[in-house]
Ligand binder design. Structure first.
Ligand code: UD1
Length: 310
């Protein structure tokens, strides 16, 4: 991410977050953060790497950061008597499921990438640790495909270099930073031949974390390790996303159909009944508004660049 995110958060919430520049995989760094915040009541752990392709190139970097990171956090929580954790997991743990939509009880398949494996292993580490420590309570949220930005356009996605993910690639193409979008494959066994995902608004996703923390603090969790799917329950194809983008932005998107991207699954979407019924969470924002928020954010970034003094 980028340090300017702190300014965006302050503008939205009116509060500047306490910030440490620290490496989650370095235990000494985590020791300092935890020692100086002994009154913390819960941890939300977002500090993992998430680029699938990069994880294939640099698996050790992914295992070091994502696995050592969760180990350090759990052990610092134990040492400091902090009992509540919300962990960012991923629908990647389901691989290409045979039955759709996937529920939290769908089989966990062998991971397709080192990134996916770090999420699977992290869930196992958490599950083993809560079994050995009855004080510890953890919620893992299995994110589907988070997209969009805060509606204020004060914070949003900041991909470093060429984006891997669909939405930032679309908005960067429309703004003129990329020549064209490659649609990876139109020969999938789906209605329009392009791959299907469950795209979830990032603010809706953020709210699932707030509810998870409340649940843990109010001790409403039914077991000391709970897992929830966080998606909309609806699958959308790549071409449908392109069409919605064109409608809400009024821009014509330059795209071409290319071959499939290695490692991509054909289709997945969530059964969200457990999150709806037990966590009390529902995805609320429409796909149209979500994609519009991503576009507003891209335009804001472009205007900041134009107005920047040399
Ligand atoms: C992947 C991971 C997911 C991870 C997420 C965050 C898997 C199976 N999925 O999601 O766990 O949390 O990244 O980084 O490991 N597409 C194009 N052209 C593009 C970019 C994407 O057609 O330029 C298509 C893809 O083929 C896919 C869809 O758009 O069908 C979404 O792709 P992407 O945004 O990269 O997310 P996933 O690969 O689904």
């Amino acid at each position: 991410s980028d340090i300017t995110v702190l300014d965006g958060i302050e503008k939205i919430t009116g509060e500047r977050p306490v910030f440490y520049k620290a490496d989650v995989s370095v235990n000494a760094d985590m020791e300092k953060v935890f020692n100086e915040n002994k009154d913390a009541v819960a941890i939300v752990h977002f500090a993992a790497f998430k680029a699938v392709g990069e994880s294939v190139q640099k698996p050790l970097m992914y295992y070091q950061n994502n696995i050592q990171g969760i180990i350090n956090i759990l052990s610092q929580m134990q040492q400091n008597g902090i009992n509540n954790l919300v962990f960012s997991s991923s629908c990647t743990v389901y691989g290409q499921a045979e039955l759709l939509p996937v529920t939290e009880n769908s089989p966990i398949l062998k991971a397709e990438s080192p990134y996916g494996n770090t999420k699977k292993i992290s869930e196992e580490i958490i599950s083993d640790t809560v079994k050995s420590d009855k004080n510890l309570n953890v919620v893992s949220l299995r994110y589907f495909n988070p997209i969009g930005a805060h509606t204020s356009a004060e914070i949003g996605e900041l991909p470093i270099g060429i984006p891997n993910n669909l939405l930032p690639f679309i908005t960067q193409t429309a703004i003129g930073m990329r020549e064209k979008l490659s649609v990876f494959g139109d020969d999938y066994n789906t209605p329009d031949g392009t791959a299907i995902r469950d795209y979830i608004n990032v603010v809706d996703l953020a709210k699932a974390h707030v509810l998870s923390i409340q649940r843990l603090l109010e001790k409403k969790n039914l077991t000391n390790y709970e897992v929830f799917n966080i998606g909309t329950g609806k699958g959308t194809s790549v071409m449908e996303i392109v069409k919605v983008f064109e409608t809400v932005s009024g821009e014509k998107l330059n795209y071409e159909i290319t071959k499939r991207r290695p490692g991509d699954i054909e289709q997945i979407w969530a059964d969200t009944s457990k999150a709806n019924d037990i966590l009390g969470w529902n995805a609320q924002e429409s796909l149209e508004n979500t994609i519009k928020s991503a576009w507003e954010w891209e335009k804001k970034l472009a205007s900041l660049k134009t107005n920047k003094p040399d």
